[in-house]
Every structure is written in C-alpha cells, then in structure tokens.
Design a binder for this molecule. Structure first.
Ligand code: THU
Length: 136
C-alpha cells in the first residue's frame, strides 16, 4: 500500500468509530516492520471513562495477534486541525511500539510527521523498573 493509500485507510477507518458522545471520530492504521496493517477506531460507551482511543485499539489488536515490531502509525481525525495522539496513547505506543513514526492527519488528508520520542520526551518505561528490581 502506498503512503497516500495508508492515509486514506486511516481516514476511512473513522467510519467504524463509535463516537456517539463526542461525535469526534478517529481512525488509526498501525504498520508492522513487515508491512502488516492493523486498524483501529475510537470506541465510546455511556460510562465515558471506559472510552478507548483508536491508537490503542490498533496496537492492542496487533499485540494480541503476536506482532511485536512496528514502524509507523497513521492517525486521522474529524478535525480540520492535525490531531496528535493523547497522552495515554503516547505512553502505550512508546512502551509497546517504541520510537515509531507518527503520521497525524486531519479531515482533509493534510498531515504532519513526528517520532514518538519527540512526542513523549523524558518518558517513563520499563527500564526504570528493571534498574530498581532489587528494591521491589
Ligand atoms: N481520541 C482518540 O481516539 N485518539 C486520540 O489520540 C485523541 C482522542 C478519541 C477519544 C474519544 O473517543 C474522542 O476522541 C474525543 O476525545
């Protein structure tokens, strides 16, 4: 799939969103290093705190299928503004997908690129836990 097709796939994925409360649909496409593709959309229910973002749906689907190595995530929203991933998703993506490229797309298919390490500088991850193992 070409870069433009991946952008269109992320935009299309918004159609699966269950954004009944926010009316803000998000679609995501996560690419593995072998170019396998996992999609996600945001899913909201009436207990708002249980909402899950599109990015986390995509990464959890991929992890649950046994994939471990990723290179890019495409994230498309309904906004005219280019929408970055939320803080919770940055942490999850950093820990489970590493320093991947993030393509942030608006509703008109304009986009910006960033690396996860730029979006989540000075991050907490498992390396802190391992260093302190003797203290647990
Ligand atoms: N949302 C995402 O799916 N990804 C983000 O990175 C930002 C926020 C969703 C969560 C909620 O369903 C809606 O957008 C409004 O916050």
């Amino acid at each position: 799939m070409t870069f433009d097709e991946l952008i269109q796939t992320a935009l299309k994925q918004r159609e699966s969103a269950r954004a009944d409360f926010s009316n803000f649909r998000v679609g995501a496409v996560l690419l593995t290093i072998e170019d396998r593709l996992f999609t996600g959309c945001n899913i909201e229910i009436s207990s708002f705190g249980l909402t899950i973002c599109a990015e986390r749906v995509a990464v959890f689907k991929a992890i649950s299928e046994g994939l471990r190595d990723f290179k890019t995530i495409f994230i498309a929203s309904d906004s005219t503004k280019i929408t970055p991933p939320c803080g919770a998703c940055r942490q999850v993506l950093w820990e489970l997908a590493g320093d991947i490229e993030v393509i942030m797309i608006n509703c008109h298919a304009s986009y910006q690129k960033a690396k996860m390490s730029d979006l989540l500088p000075h991050s907490f991850d498992r390396s802190f836990l391992i260093k302190n193992k003797e203290n647990i």
